[in-house]
Design a binder for this molecule. Structure first.
Ligand code: UDP
Length: 368
């Protein structure tokens, strides 16, 4: 008899959601994490009253009522709506692509004028079936916007030519012929009041958690503790990279605290969409919570090539990596004890709502 039903590796959102569901279902769980804290990459740290998103900005958004209800059990969500400012060499544009963007780019005022301009732009590139991110963007929005707001940002972010990237990445962004500049199309959106760390701590309430505990370093001993292992780390690392190494994109964050500046940029997110600026965006954390107090904290986000030992932030879902992932998945399907989940375990560009839905679906599948 094992001591636990589930050993959950990773105390991030996937691990915490799975642990909550399993515990409420009567299963005994142990959650471990190699970091010194819970909450994975949604971790926030309160610095002088400002919740700093330490591993990149997170804005919760979903259209899934069940996922929203689940999220709201562990925190109250504020009414933050993400609206992004793009700075291209000092020219300011509204993101995602909406009437404010088109007005600034072409001087058009009505949706009809914008449609006409977009159609001309799209027709000028003559792409029937987009095969990569560049072709997808050009056929969606045309060359003017592609060159100022997409190409530079995308190639910095991914460290690859836009012609070598999968088209689906750009489909994350809405294109609207209205003056609605909400970054997301979802029905529900907000930031947990009190920070994401508290949200995850509440989700893990009453569940045994061990931080500073590396599964791979204590594999044998930890494996014996539970009937099943729920693993939210990198699947290729779990298998010792035996079939090859999956590629990820990493990030480096530079956070600056400015006690004498109350408002640095007037918005939570400003993207620098030219190729030359080395960072992709600057986050001013207080704006996520409508902060009006003294001082501010900003984080510059520098994309970085990933190598073993670095933090993997984004899976690089091109054909080569997706094929390799499928091989790992096949290997995993023969192993009764372990199941993989979350952005790293599933090797998918999941948002937070996808991650919760993934945990709920996995829990259901494993326990039915
Ligand atoms: N993107 C862009 N310009 C921008 C913002 C985004 O070209 O100003 C593209 C870029 O390729 C990026 C993708 O859209 O990787 C998805 O952006 P999103 O904001 O969803 O990325 P995340 O917040 O997950 O990093």
């Amino acid at each position: 008899m094992s001591k636990y039903d589930f050993l959950i590796v990773g105390a991030g959102l996937y691990g915490a959601a799975f642990a909550r569901l399993a515990t409420d279902g009567g299963y005994k769980c142990l959650v471990i994490d190699r970091r010194a804290h819970v909450a994975g990459n949604v971790y926030t740290e309160n610095v002088g009253g400002i919740n700093v998103h330490k591993y990149g900005a997170h804005i919760f958004h979903t259209s899934d009522r069940e996922v929203w209800d689940f999220a709201n059990k562990f925190a109250e969500f504020n009414r933050y709506t993400n609206t992004v400012v793009a700075n291209f060499k000092g020219e300011i544009y509204s993101m995602p692509f909406n009437m404010y963007t088109f007005n600034k780019m072409w001087g058009v005022i009505t949706p009809e004028e914008a449609r006409k301009k977009l159609d001309e732009q799209i027709a000028s590139v003559k792409i029937a079936e987009p095969k990569n991110l560049e072709e997808q963007a050009l056929s969606l929005i045309g060359p003017d916007i592609y060159n100022k707001l997409i190409k530079g940002y995308t190639e910095k972010q991914w460290g690859r030519k836009a012609t070598e990237l999968p088209a689906f990445i750009i489909k994350r962004l809405p294109v609207r012929l209205t003056y609605n500049n909400n970054y997301f199309n979802d029905s529900f959106q907000g930031i947990p009041v009190g920070g994401y760390t508290k949200w995850i701590e509440n989700m893990l309430e009453g569940i045994e958690v061990r931080t500073n505990t590396d599964f791979l370093e204590n594999r044998e001993e930890l494996t014996k503790l539970a009937d099943k292992i729920i693993y939210s780390g990198m699947i290729d690392e779990f298998y010792g990279y035996s079939l090859g190494t999956l590629e990820y994109r990493s990030l480096r964050f530079e956070t600056e605290y400015m006690p004498d500046t109350d408002d640095y940029q007037g918005n939570a997110v400003v993207n620098y969409t030219d190729a030359e600026t080395p960072f992709t965006r600057i986050i001013e954390h207080k704006h996520f919570e409508f902060g009006t107090g003294k001082g501010t904290a900003v984080t510059r986000e520098y994309p970085a090539e990933w190598k073993k030992g670095d933090e993997p932030y984004y899976p690089l879902n091109n054909d080569r990596n997706n094929d390799l992932y499928r091989k790992y998945e096949e290997l995993a399907s023969k192993d009764e004890q372990v199941r993989f989940g979350g952005r790293l375990g599933k090797y998918k560009y999941y948002d937070m709502d996808d991650t919760i839905a993934d945990a709920a679906a996995d829990y259901k599948k494993i326990t039915e």
